[in-house]
Design a binder for this molecule. Structure first.
Ligand code: PAF
Length: 289
């Protein structure tokens, strides 16, 4: 793999990527995988940095998975920035990029899907039916094509990380899942490829998502334990900022993702809401002490 030292080697076929990764493994190298849909930002690059620090070879996949978008969602508008993505991956020292066409992953006649685990049902699963079926199917396929030792996901998509961990455990997949912290802008907006859709006033409005989560953390810090009271305040923060299309404001147990009534243990606070036409999600661990 010494020829990948400067620029990433971009592969587009399943056969080529499998061969390259299997070859790296058989020469004793550890392999890290960072699955993405492109439109890379500092959040993705933190996953890349973690993989580069921990593994001999880092593979980044760029594939806008159509099966995880519902009808009426933003598949057609999703930002496509391949050249810029490759430039930032080159800068980071990524070895291999897998950027397949749709038909390479989902050829005509493709019809096998993963039935996602129970933890995929609430939250995103309820608001975006079929989303996790698409995510798990494509991630399973990537794990199979790219036999990595470690795969990196962001805490920002918290439920996705729980769903994938469950799938890995249930299918005995030989890959370790690392979940890396959410990367935020200086004003605490969570990095997201979808932030590119926001107009300047919406960008300001979007700050209410993190404010809502930190309100939950503050209330718990002040001794409030009643989840319904905290959720109501979280909702109020969003509404006060003019955000009224709220998919959920939730306080859940970190592993089961079941709603909690009393915050007596570590809890994850999550929000999903539309800022203008853009659906944003964010979350924060609270109640640690
Ligand atoms: O988090 C994402 O970008 C996507 O859901 C993933 C994991 C690349 C699967 O398409």
């Amino acid at each position: 793999l010494s020829s990948f030292d400067e620029k990433p080697c971009v592969l587009t076929t399943c056969q080529d990527i499998h061969q390259a990764v299997a070859g790296a493994r058989s020469s004793g190298k550890t392999v890290g995988l960072v699955p993405t849909m492109g439109a890379l930002h500092a959040g993705h690059l933190s996953l890349v940095d973690a993989s580069i620090a921990q593994c001999d070879v880092t593979v980044v996949t760029i594939f806008i998975n159509p099966t995880q978008f519902g009808p009426g969602e933003d598949l057609a508008e999703y930002p496509r920035t391949l050249e810029a993505d490759l430039a930032s991956l080159a800068e980071r020292g990524v070895h291999l990029v897998f950027a397949p066409a749709n038909e390479e992953i989902l050829p005509p006649g493709y019809s096998t899907y993963v039935e996602p685990p129970e933890v995929a049902r609430p939250l995103e699963g309820r608001c975006r039916p079929g989303h996790f079926r698409g995510v798990t199917t494509v991630v399973l396929k990537l794990f199979h094509l790219i036999p990595a030792h470690v795969a990196y996901f962001g805490h920002k998509d918290y439920q996705q990380s729980v769903v994938i961990r469950r799938m890995v455990e249930d299918f005995d997949l030989p890959v370790r899942i690392e979940v890396c912290p959410t990367v935020r802008e200086p004003d605490n907006l969570a990095m997201s490829s979808r932030n590119a859709y926001l107009t300047p006033p919406e960008r300001q409005q979007a700050l209410a998502l993190y404010r809502s989560l930190s309100t939950a953390a503050e209330l718990v810090g002040q001794g409030e334990r009643h989840a319904a009271t905290i959720r109501a305040k979280m909702q109020e923060v969003l509404v006060d900022a003019g955000i009224t299309r709220i998919d959920y404001v939730a306080l859940v147990k970190p592993e089961s993702l079941k709603e909690t009534d009393q915050i007596t243990r570590p809890t994850v606070a999550l929000v999903a809401a539309f800022v203008g036409q853009t659906r944003l999600i964010d979350n924060l661990r609270i109640g640690q002490s």
